[in-house]
Design a protein around this ligand. Structure first.
Ligand SMILES: O=c1ccn([C@@H]2O[C@H](COP(=O)(O)OP(=O)(O)O[C@H]3O[C@H](CO)[C@@H](O)[C@H](O)[C@H]3O)[C@@H](O)[C@H]2O)c(=O)[nH]1
Ligand SMILES: [Mn+2]
Length: 668
């Protein structure tokens, strides 16, 4: 299985392409013809995704270096929360100060949260006064929002400030409410200007209708509602899609992306431009291995080489037509300037009313939405499967990995959250492999074989858990019961094992270091991959089988973007966080204990005399167990720590009991 999988991974290294746009040429040729751009930000829960973080993302994209009359920002709130609406209202006021400040002094990054979190020189010779003013405004706004979130409700005085709050009556809950559309800034209105008199981008709040008993299709559903509502308001030909934690780090990104779409020769075939998912909260050695250096630098660029760039759900510019289901054809040129003109004839209220039905539950009945149009429904990784369908309609997407990060999000800061995220991903991807969308069948004759294989590097994460489990359990058991599993070291048959092990390890180390990781980061990466494979991927494998048998339904657990200060501190010190007694932790601890026992036992036999010949038989197993013991050092430490992130004693107890039973079990 490892061998087969290795062949797939080679397809992602065969034809790596790196792309470089020339954005100064774009401005000199097309500045007047730049297309309008709609930006979608998705949020789902005011507790897991704090509104003050969400609006920082919104503000960062509102202040892009791009003509504001061509920019519209839409926030989709699946939490249906007046707290998020209130935060966005505050952001619409603050943007009148923030955008001119950013543009005038060219400050970066343009997410206020990220900007004020860095060390800024408050005595800057040119704009000391402005900085301290804007900082005061920001902090006042943030504390108003945070205290509203803490209270969990909005005061009457605030509610009187905007008619939009009238949508939240006592019956509105997260899972049961009407469509809410509020245009907070109508960019086409001449009065929508900042404090310096410059135009502001359009800003819209959307919370699609939710009713019990209806399938809402998670983020895919919210993206499709956004697509329809925005078509009524601004209908820009280019759509940028962001998760609520992914702020824009580079104010010129839109222009970079447009270079691909507006390229004279190849631009008309490009459906989307995907940026890598980068994080703002990574520590030096990346203890949970969130970054995936090699994936972003080599593998995704390698799959791009075969025209199979994966759509990763965030940090992606789409062409509206290809997202909405159009097929690419050589004869028809899709132009990029069809901005809505009738918007100006309607009042804001009329527009809002016209948008609401588009976000209703029943709108999609008997339509192709979720199938041929928009994001595809029914899969926890809606993004990957949607990207595949777009490619199979003849489009050629682009993967672009600039040196200056375009977007920065928040990576999971505990082991638990990270494993659950990987479980969702690996489960969703394995489901694709087993569904009508399996790249070898669905993509046959439509996309390159290299791209089909490249997809499988990710789609087959879940089944790779099986051989991994074999390698972390059986060699240890064999050692305990004196059952040799590999050829003797002196035998010629041992060579292939030694060669494959050494070659793949050294290759992975060099590749990772070249891509920018540290040595310790690579070591953490090995540990995290072992852990993911024996927990997240295993459960994903089992759940996919259950799903295939029709016994379960797709779910989506939103990744938390905030944790306690205590937990955060341990994350920054790169101490692994356990804390809860999840079954995944029991597996991790049991395997760690088992290998410790077997390595100890093997070591005892070496010291207290077996013959050299006997010993030779067990060197490979000793090596495997020994390496696993080294890899698991932080797990053993977690047995004995006294902070709240230690492994709970119940888990320690269970793991020792299970490992002991496994040791005592007779093997024949
Ligand atoms: O019912 C839902 C659930 C989630 N979201 C939003 O979807 C985004 C991604 O959710 P998150 O919990 O942060 O998931 P991640 O594991 O970080 O997401 C990665 O993987 C997902 C697919 O599993 C993709 O959709 C994401 O874009 C990609 O960043 C967030 O902005 C959420 O607010 C919704 O809008 N509605
Ligand atoms: Mn996320």
């Amino acid at each position: 299985m490892f061998g087969m999988y290795w062949i797939f991974t080679q397809s992602a290294r065969w034809n790596v392409v790196f792309r470089h746009p020339f954005k100064h040429r774009l401005s000199s040729r097309y500045e007047d013809k730049l297309p309008a751009v709609d930006i979608f930000v998705c949020t789902a829960d005011p507790i897991l995704e704090p509104p003050s973080m969400v609006i920082s993302t919104v503000l960062s994209v509102m202040s892009y270096n791009y003509p504001p009359e061509k920019l519209s920002v839409y926030l989709s709130d699946d939490g249906g929360s007046e707290l998020t609406f209130y935060a966005l209202l505050e952001a619409s006021n603050f943007s009148k100060y923030w955008i001119p400040f950013c543009k005038k002094f060219k400050v970066e990054p343009r997410s206020p949260r990220a900007y004020f979190a860095q060390n800024i020189d408050m005595n800057h010779p040119e704009f000391a006064h402005e900085i301290s003013n804007i900082k005061k405004l920001y902090e006042a706004m943030k504390s108003r929002i945070d205290s509203a979130v803490e209270k969990g409700c909005i005061s009457k005085e605030i509610k009187d400030q905007h008619r939009g709050f009238a949508e939240w009556n006592s019956k509105v809950t997260k899972k049961d409410h009407q469509s809410i559309v509020q245009i907070l800034i109508d960019g086409w209105n001449p009065d929508a200007v900042d404090i310096e008199g410059n135009k502001l981008p359009t800003l819209v709040y959307l919370s699609r209708e939710k009713r019990p008993g209806w399938a809402h299709n998670f983020k895919a559903g919210s993206m499709n509602a956004l697509t329809r509502v925005s078509s009524e308001i601004s209908n820009a030909p280019i759509i940028l899609n962001l998760d609520c934690d992914m702020y824009a780090n580079d104010p010129d990104t839109i222009r970079d992306a447009l270079c691909f779409f507006m390229d004279e020769k190849k631009g008309h075939q490009i459906s989307y431009v995907q940026y890598p998912q980068r994080y703002s909260n990574i520590t030096k050695n990346d203890i949970y291995s969130n970054v995936a250096f090699v994936t972003h630098k080599i593998e995704l660029a390698g799959i791009d080489g075969f025209g199979g760039t994966l759509y990763c759900g965030t940090g992606c510019f789409h062409r509206r037509e290809s997202l909405c289901g159009s097929k690419y054809s050589k004869d028809h040129r899709f132009e990029l300037h069809n901005v809505k003109s009738n918007t100006k004839d309607k009042t804001v209220q009329e527009l809002e009313e016209a948008c609401k039905p588009l976000a209703n539950c029943d709108y999609e009945n008997d339509t192709q939405w979720g199938k041929e149009m928009g994001l595809v429904y029914g899969c926890p990784v809606e993004d990957i499967v949607t990207g595949l369908t777009i490619q199979c309609r003849g489009w050629k997407p682009v993967y672009y990995n600039p040196t200056k990060y375009a977007f920065l999000g928040i990576a999971p800061t505990t082991l638990d959250i990270s494993l659950i995220q990987y479980k969702r991903w690996s489960e969703g991807m394995f489901q694709i492999f087993f569904s009508e969308y399996c790249p070898f069948i669905y993509g046959h004759g439509k996309i390159n074989l290299g791209a089909q294989m490249g997809y499988c590097v990710y789609l087959l994460w879940a089944p790779v858990s099986l051989p991994t489990l074999y390698y972390v359990v059986l060699p240890a058991l064999g050692l305990l019961h004196s059952v040799p599993l590999f050829p003797e070291v002196s035998s010629l048959w041992f060579l292939p094992f030694a060669y494959v092990f050494a070659a793949t390890t050294i290759y992975s180390l060099i590749e990772d270091l070249i891509c920018g990781d540290t040595l310790k980061g690579w070591w953490n990466f090995q540990r995290m991959w072992a852990i993911r494979r024996m927990t997240s991927f295993l459960f994903a494998f089992i759940d996919t089988i259950i799903w295939k048998l029709g016994l379960s339904q797709t779910s989506f657990s939103v990744t938390a973007k905030v944790v306690d200060d205590d937990v955060l501190k341990r994350y920054q010190q790169e101490i692994m966080e356990f804390g809860t007694s999840s079954i995944m932790f029991t597996i991790i601890a049991t395997i760690a204990v088992l290998n410790l026992f077997s390595f100890g036992w093997g070591f005892k036999n070496v010291v207290f005399g077996t013959t050299t010949r006997e010993l030779e038989k067990f060197i490979p197993q000793m090596t495997i167990s020994g390496l696993l013991v080294l890899l698991n050092l932080p797990v053993y430490q977690a047995f004995f720590r006294n902070d709240k992130g230690r492994l709970p004693s119940s888990v320690v107890f269970k793991s020792i009991v299970i490992a002991s039973i496994a040791c005592l079990m007779p093997i024949y």
